[in-house]
Design a protein around this ligand. Structure first.
Ligand SMILES: [Zn+2]
Length: 111
């Protein structure tokens, strides 16, 4: 791959800018690159380093950058969502058990 402006091969991957660009480029398997010689930024087909194509993780879909992605691996996000769900279930159970929410009165109000 070469820079479309100066045809230099001295390129490096550029950061995706914002959620919208990150998501749309990732979907099209494109990535932004920057030419080290002239500083030109352009979008080209994404090249993967040795090891083949990495499957898209949950963090990718959320549009997290590399640093956030390293901190928020897929299992960590799933664990977080699961514990949030469990917490909400416990809260709902307590709310019903302790009478914070009274379903019969809600039904009567609806009628
Ligand atoms: Zn260039």
């Amino acid at each position: 791959m070469k820079c479309p402006k100066c045809h230099s091969a001295d390129l490096h991957r550029s950061r995706r800018r914002g959620l919208k660009e990150g998501w749309s480029l990732r979907r099209k398997q494109l990535a932004p690159y920057r030419c080290s010689a002239c500083g030109n930024r352009f979008v080209a087909a994404e090249t993967r380093a040795a090891g083949g194509q990495r499957p898209l993780s949950i963090a990718d879909y959320l549009g997290l950058n590399d640093r956030a992605r390293q901190q928020c691996s897929g299992p960590l996000i799933i664990a977080g969502l699961t514990s949030l769900f469990i917490l909400l279930t416990i809260m709902l159970f307590l709310a019903l058990a302790l009478g914070w929410i009274d379903p019969p009165s809600l039904q009567r109000r609806a009628l």
